[in-house]
Design a protein around this ligand. Structure first.
Ligand code: HEC
Ligand code: HEC
Ligand code: HEC
Ligand code: HEC
Ligand code: HEC
Length: 394
């Protein structure tokens, strides 16, 4: 074992101890008995633990968040099988088989802040996670990945895809495209599916329309490719400074300026401006897609719809017909239930784009293509909102 490796392993063991609340009291008792207690402070022997502070202040360690507290009200207070691989360290270790269990099989997990604090060091720093070479997305598509950020991709790969949407239509006997299918419920990609966006058409995390080609993995640049090239794997923050090596638009002191980056020359939203950030092109098409969704729901299905990205299942009935998402309309019993197949596919893509706010960097062309194709499809169904700009063809 090299010294560097030994050092890292010691640090990890100590970080584990710190994170798990273990103490080193036996050492101090020993020291007192030996009569040198006054001069000896075991804390002096503790090397600084790399990454600990950054991790502690990150969302992965923020146990107050809904992502870790969602099950507090359940009777058994357990995180169910279908959620635990991404919402607990023990569940992820079980999914990987890093705890000696069969890989891929996940059971209910305790919400146990003391023993499994959020997404802890050992979720990512164990030999199974460190030696993984492929990832399977919800579509069943498998990607080979030989970089250390493969550890992020299971949890940030989303929970649905083109395949789940198409399978649902088959299961319901292929309901008519423009009629409300009573048994059709919203299908949800889930939160922050950055890896699904990065892999684009290779993961099919968006709803991909028949006969269209989609951008695959967005390579970006050799030095700005892995999750941890751009994000600290511990604080999770974007390293804004790193962008300035290649993009003049970015000011390291102002994260907002990342949204000004632009290299492509086509006018995707047809507003005549090809120098605005690619973020603005996506935002414009995303906005146009909602107009199309709203107009189609109104005029073709006769049931107005509203959207709020933070409240499951995101689409609700616009009961007062004012076109706004009002607080009293945002309630599960008022969820939108008048889906036609065409509307559901477009709404799936609208939500997919909303759920990845880094999409403009993770894979801008995939997001643009999904928005563009959804607008075009709704127009065919009579939304009255036509596509105007150019479809990215890469
Ligand atoms: C494939 C991984 C994955 C699975 C499986 C998964 N989640 Fe999540 N979930 C995530 C990620 C990643 C986030 C982080 C969202 C963020 O940072 O805002 C999240 C966030 C959440 C949140 C917090 C949303 C908020 O308002 O901040 C809730 C609630 C949630 N998930 C519920 C569930 C439930 C319930 C299940 C099981 C039915 C589940 N998740 C299964 C990955 C997953
Ligand atoms: C979400 C995944 C994840 C978690 C949680 C995590 N790490 Fe890391 N860590 C990584 C990745 C990815 C790297 C960089 C790639 C590698 O391992 O070679 C890394 C690198 C490191 C390194 C090498 C030096 C460096 O900073 O690049 C140390 C030491 C380390 N982590 C310690 C910790 C400790 C201690 C904790 C808990 C307090 C922790 N990590 C939690 C993913 C994680
Ligand atoms: C075991 C599952 C898991 C792994 C592995 C994982 N994450 Fe997360 N990630 C989550 C969950 C759950 C949250 C939400 C935490 C919260 O809301 O506080 C999250 C939150 C985040 C956020 C903050 C999002 C926000 O809404 O502010 C970022 C950024 C992130 N993760 C990046 C990464 C990166 C980069 C890696 C790999 C180094 C990684 N994650 C590995 C589950 C995971
Ligand atoms: C080329 C740089 C780059 C790469 C590679 C990258 N990201 Fe991002 N990521 C960003 C940027 C930029 C943002 C958006 C920051 C903003 O505008 O607020 C972002 C946003 C996110 C968010 C949402 C954070 C939030 O505050 O809501 C998550 C989660 C995330 N990335 C995870 C990942 C994961 C996981 C990977 C690898 C599969 C990855 N990212 C790869 C640059 C990158
Ligand atoms: C090592 C150089 C390099 C670094 C560092 C880098 N980029 Fe890039 N970026 C590129 C190149 C080259 C392209 C053009 C890629 C292409 O068109 O295929 C690009 C394209 C982009 C695009 C798409 C623009 C468009 O109009 O198509 C965005 C957005 C972007 N980068 C954001 C970022 C952000 C944010 C960071 C920092 C977190 C970053 N980049 C770091 C080299 C880099």
């Amino acid at each position: 074992m090299t010294n560097a490796l030994r050092g890292t392993m010691l640090a990890l063991a100590l970080a584990g101890a710190a994170a798990f609340g273990w103490t080193t009291s036996s050492t101090s008792v020993h020291a007192q008995e030996s009569g040198t207690a006054a001069a000896f402070n075991p804390a002096d022997l503790m090397p600084e633990i790399p990454a600990l502070e950054a991790w502690r202040n990150s969302p992965h360690a923020d146990l107050s968040k809904e992502a870790f507290r969602h099950w507090d009200e359940e009777e058994d207070k357990l995180i169910p099988e279908e959620c635990s691989k991404c919402h607990s360290t023990t569940g992820y270790l079980e999914y990987l088989g890093a705890d000696g269990s069969e890989p891929g099989v996940v059971t209910k997990q305790e919400i146990d802040p003391e023993h499994a604090p959020g997404i802890a060091c050992m979720a990512c720093h164990n030999t199974v996670a460190q030696n993984m070479t492929s990832i399977i997305f919800p579509s069943g598509d498998e990607a080979e990945v030989f970089t250390s950020d493969i550890r992020c991709m299971t949890c940030h790969g989303g929970r649905a895809s083109t395949v789940q949407v198409n399978d649902k239509m088959v299961e319901l006997g292929n309901p008519e495209t423009d009629s409300v299918a009573a048994d059709l419920a919203f299908i949800n990609i889930h939160y922050r599916p950055a890896a699904a966006t990065r892999f684009g058409g290779e993961a099919r995390g968006g709803y991909e329309y028949d006969g269209k080609d989609y951008a695959g993995y967005y390579f970006h640049d050799r030095d700005s490719q892995t999750c941890n090239d751009c994000h600290s794997p511990h604080s999770l923050e974007v390293k804004v400074e790193s962008c300035t090596d290649c993009h003049d638009e970015v000011d390291a002191a102002n994260a907002e300026t990342m949204r000004l980056v632009r290299s492509s020359k086509a006018d995707y939203d047809a507003n005549g401006d090809t120098s605005e950030g690619i973020h603005a092109e996506i935002a414009a098409l995303h906005g146009q897609l909602f107009e199309a969704i709203s107009s189609y729901a109104d005029t073709v299905l006769g049931q107005p719809v509203i959207f709020r990205s933070t409240n499951y299942p995101y689409f609700f009935n616009d009961t007062n017909g004012n076109g706004e998402a009002d607080d009293d309309e945002i309630a599960f019993p008022n969820r939108y239930q008048s889906w036609s197949p065409r509307l559901l596919k477009a709404a799936y893509n609208y939500n997919f784009i909303s759920k990845d706010p880094g999409g403009y960097t993770h894979n801008p062309y995939y997001q643009l293509q999904l928005a563009y194709d959804s607008i075009a499809d709704l127009a065919e169904g009579g939304s009255g909102v036509e596509v105007t700009g150019e479809r990215p063809d890469e």
